[in-house]
Design a binder for this molecule. Sequence first.
Ligand SMILES: C[S@@+](CC[C@H](N)C(=O)[O-])C[C@H]1O[C@@H](n2cnc3c(N)ncnc32)[C@H](O)[C@@H]1O
Length: 380
Amino acid sequence: MTPAARISAAIGVLDQVLQGAPAEQALLRWSRASRFAGSGDRAAVRDLVFDALRRRDTLAALGGGPGGRGLMIGLCRETGEDLAAIFTGEGHAPAPLTESERAGHAVPGDNLPDWLRPQWRRALGSDADAVAAAMGQRAPVWLRHNPQRAGLAQALAALAADGIETAPDPRLASALRVISGARRVASGRAYGEGMVELQDLSPQLACAELPCAPGMRVLDYCAGGGGKALALAARNPELRIEAHDAEPDRMRDLPVRARRAGAAIALTARPSGHYGLVVADVPCSGSGTWRRQPDAKWRLTPERLEQLRRIQASILDRAAGLVAAKGHLAYMTCSLLTAENDAQIQAFLQRNQDFALVQDRLWTPLTASDGFFLALLRRA
Ligand SMILES: C[S@@+](CC[C@H](N)C(=O)[O-])C[C@H]1O[C@@H](n2cnc3c(N)ncnc32)[C@H](O)[C@@H]1O
């Protein structure tokens, strides 16, 4: 596909997303209907769509319109592309610019939904603008080294042989930032043999804070794909880890991932008894990961946020009942919002006076990578 044809395709996908379709679905629909598109084309269209959604408002102003076409004009204008050479109307290229599209102008903006801005500012204080700006950029790729499969030097050598260059984070030896070759990770040997797993730095830092004494019974209560259970298993293979999810189908990849990592993780439909550690990585707004899923930023509503808060509170209460005396409850979100983080924990502590806060941490792209919250609680 020519660069102009890719832009035409991105415009079509963006129009669907702006009408409410999830970006992944709209991209999949386009890709199925476009058999001529190679993997390079699919990756390029995906990048265009996500770049545009991250900074929707800025690009719409710059492009002279709020639709997919306006966003693409804005993006091309911002990156200094020759608009007349792309928007020619010839072949698969988008139609030439109209009078009003030629008059796009730059406006400063944080690319946040209006209703959310006050909450964002309250939660992040003087960092609010810098974190919003960071959410407008592409997210880095992070790997977690798995010492159960290979030593660090061996894993790094396998990554290098796969053509993947990484740099460790000074705070956590297992956290490797991908410098180049990110698209080769999933097909590489280091990943295929479980020496590394894909996991953002912030949840890695959170998992490193959790107690994990040998033999401890651990429950990953909202396990999904099992990212937290796998990180704990990598830290200590002597943990007895169980994974649960209200929607068991979400755990379908977990047995394969656990096998690859050499981890023993039992799936449980009905957790029972008491655990030394219960991890509740609850469903949330995902506001800390909007660089990766920028369409979610525009789909979130106040009603949905309220619904999520109710789900989070009920999960916390249910999970608390599974914590052994002197055991720990780790509440996690990939949200930056106080309503889902500190406020949720304060309300929980009011309802459950046998728990005390051990520590709470909020990581942001300014201090780590994705926005991520951990509250570690201890039962009396
Ligand atoms: C943020 S995701 C978990 C991500 C996962 N821990 C990981 O690291 O890949 C939240 C999960 O909570 C699950 N969930 C939602 N409501 C739940 C409930 N009431 N009890 C247990 N799990 C629930 C969802 O199905 C979803 O898989």
